[in-house]
Every structure is written in C-alpha cells, then in structure tokens.
Design a protein around this ligand. Structure first.
Ligand SMILES: C[S@@+](CC[C@H](N)C(=O)[O-])C[C@H]1O[C@@H](n2cnc3c(N)ncnc32)[C@H](O)[C@@H]1O
Length: 228
C-alpha cells in the first residue's frame, strides 16, 4: 500500500470539503460545467482532462462510464460521436450533477444517467463498445470505511470495487469492445495487476503522462484490460 497515495487522496478530499471558495461552475475542455457540492471536482487535478482527451470514443458506438462524477467525460463522449452513452455513479449527488450537465449541453437524447453501484442497475442484456472508469484508485489502510458518498470518489477499501469491476466488466463488452481504466501511480499498481490476473485479464498501458502536483510527481495512467 502506498502511504503517499492515501495521504495525497486524503488531502484532495479535504480540499473538496474545506474549500469555501469552490465555485458552482468550472471550465474544462473548452466547455462550461455545473459543479455541485459533494461531487468530485475536475478542477483540482488534471485527471478528468487527461483521460477524457485520451479516450478512443467509438464513433457511432456505445460507451459506458462507471463513476461519471460531474459528467464531463459522458457529455464529451456524446459530443464526440458516441450514439449511446450510459453514465453511472454510486453517489446520488454525482448522478444529479451529471444529469444537469447532460441537459446543459443538450445531449439528453443519447445519454442515460443512472444511480448504480458499478454495473448493478444495468439491464442484464446491455453491452458496450467501450467501458471505462476513472477509478477511486487510492488504497486506504485496512478497516478504513468510506463515510460519505464523496469518499467513494477517492478510496476503495480492500480494492473491493476494483476486484468487482475487473470481474464484471468483460461481460458488459460487445465482441470487439474495449475495457479501459483510468488509474495513477498513487494507486496500488501491483495489486491491480494481481486482481486483473485473477479475472483473466492482461493490463497494458495505453497512455500515461507525468505531472508535478505540489511536491509530488504523479503519473496518470490509462490502462487497457484485455483477455489474457
Ligand atoms: C475519481 S472520480 C471520477 C469522476 C469523473 N469520472 C471524472 O473523471 O471527473 C470516481 C467516481 O467514481 C464513483 N464511484 C466510486 N465507486 C463507485 C461504484 N462502486 N459504482 C459507481 N460509481 C462509483 C465516485 O462516486 C466518483 O464519482
């Protein structure tokens, strides 16, 4: 487990809850967005910007985003040619925030937003050309509990959600579909590799970029997970 990763995610969570000047709107990727209290902010780290810019959105195809947060990636997917987008989040505030930005950007004809713990709320027959999660990659100490909905944006105790994601996601892909995970060097990459192997998946790095944030260099990583 990386203490640095846990500490860094803890300080990012504190920034979310203690920043009294946090605006209700932000600009990213050339667009304006609503931002609600209690929702992961794409303004404090470059993660949303980088991954959304790197994703190979399937033109005319279907895209499933787990953990849509404020809804930036789901909206950009719809504006980038995806014919059918489903955005899920475990946090009711994130679901509402995604819905607001879907309406703000007038893509409600092709974006469905659902409250869901990973794939639970999906109809059993749903399959997608691209399944993606910018995950809560910080691994907290043993016995840590996510006390609020916002905690889920940062911490995955025991990597239980990652374990389930890796097991269940392949069953949600079309025959040529791709499974991508947005992760970073502050996550537990060794554990991710073990869980992927347990699920019969082989991770390969699609793209990465290092950024210096405060005094820490963090590598943001977009992983492809394909059958081993
Ligand atoms: C790092 S944030 C990313 C938010 C957004 N996709 C972005 O890039 O700005 C992770 C998101 O995953 C959501 N999440 C965490 N665990 C989840 C689960 N089990 N099922 C669905 N969403 C989950 C969180 O609520 C949070 O919105």
């Amino acid at each position: 487990m990386s203490d640095t990763g846990f500490q860094r995610a803890s300080s990012l969570l504190r920034r979310h809850t203690q920043d009294t000047t946090r605006p209700g709107e932000f600009t990213l990727l050339g667009r304006d967005w609503d931002l609600m209290d209690g929702v992961f902010s794409p303004t404090y780290t470059p993660v949303t910007d980088l991954f959304t810019s790197w994703l190979p959105f399937p033109d005319g195809g279907s895209f499933l985003e787990i953990g849509s947060g404020a809804g930036v990636t789901a909206v950009v997917a719809a504006q980038s040619g995806c014919a059918r987008v489903t955005a899920l989040d475990i946090s009711p505030a994130a679901v509402e925030n995604t819905r607001r930005n879907v309406v703000r950007h007038k893509v409600e004809d092709r974006v469905r937003v659902l409250e869901s713990d990973l794939f639970d709320a999906l109809p059993p027959e749903d399959r997608y050309d691209l399944v993606y999660w910018n995950s809560n990659f910080a691994e907290p100490p043993a016995d840590f509990v996510n006390e609020t909905d916002l905690h889920h944006a940062f911490f995955d105790p025991g990597y239980d959600a990652h374990r389930r994601f890796l097991k269940e996601a392949p069953g949600r892909l079309t025959p040529e579909g791709s499974l991508l995970l947005g992760f970073s060097s502050i996550g537990n990459v060794a554990l991710l590799r073990r869980l992927a192997a347990d699920a019969g998946l082989e991770p390969s790095m699609l793209r990465s970029e290092q950024r210096q944030l405060d005094r820490t260099v963090i590598e943001f990583q977009l992983w492809r997970l394909a059958a081993a």
